[in-house]
Ligand binder design. Sequence first.
Ligand code: NI
Length: 252
Amino acid sequence: MFIDTHAHLNFEAFELDNGQVIERAKIAGVEKIIIPSSNLKTSLKAIEIAEKFEGVFAAVGLHPIHVKDEAFDEENFQKLAKNKKVVAIGEIGLDYYYDKSNLLNQKEVLIKSIKLAQVVSKPIIVHSREAAADILPILMTESPIPSGVMHCFQEDWQFAQAVLEMGFYLSFTGLITFSKNQKTIEVLKETPLERILIETDCPYMTPEPYRGKRNEPTYVIEVAKKIAEIKKIPLEKVETQTTKNAEKLFKI
Ligand code: NI
């Protein structure tokens, strides 16, 4: 059994067929799926889908690229975060790639989101793009340091080491099947399998050999295959361990 720990089935790309997509994934062996959110609206949608399907879970949160569009509605997010099907707060973090003009606001929302995770005792799903240097001190000054995962990992080994030391997991996407970026592959080689999660980040990041098509949870198996190839270990080992890791972190 595989677990896709990051699938945006709450996005418009899946509006018409999320049920069929989930069905296909289960038949292929992807029996559990976590749907992370980007704002309040997609958080509600993630819960709606999770409540409809067994093995499907939600994460709620305000993504850093959306903090410019809406204020962090603490009261509502807290209500949603307590839902039984919500297994994490996410995705949250910092993104300096799209917009560097609202750093303070991004940091403020990130801190509030971490506090929310602490209140409901759930892990965080963190997005970091060109923001490693700022994210680390925020995570490390929190007490207790939250548990969580750095999703769609693209930073360097130095950053990876620091978050691994904090107890975080690193999650890899289809990016590793097509990226020319050796840095991510090097991080993957160094990271113990016990600390790796797999995800599609669908509808984005479609892995080889499906490039050009809409991504979906079924394809998370391609990510696992690539990890097995890079680490020179059997696919079954990647399957068993990454599933164990996700079940432990998200208590699913
Ligand atoms: Ni995402």
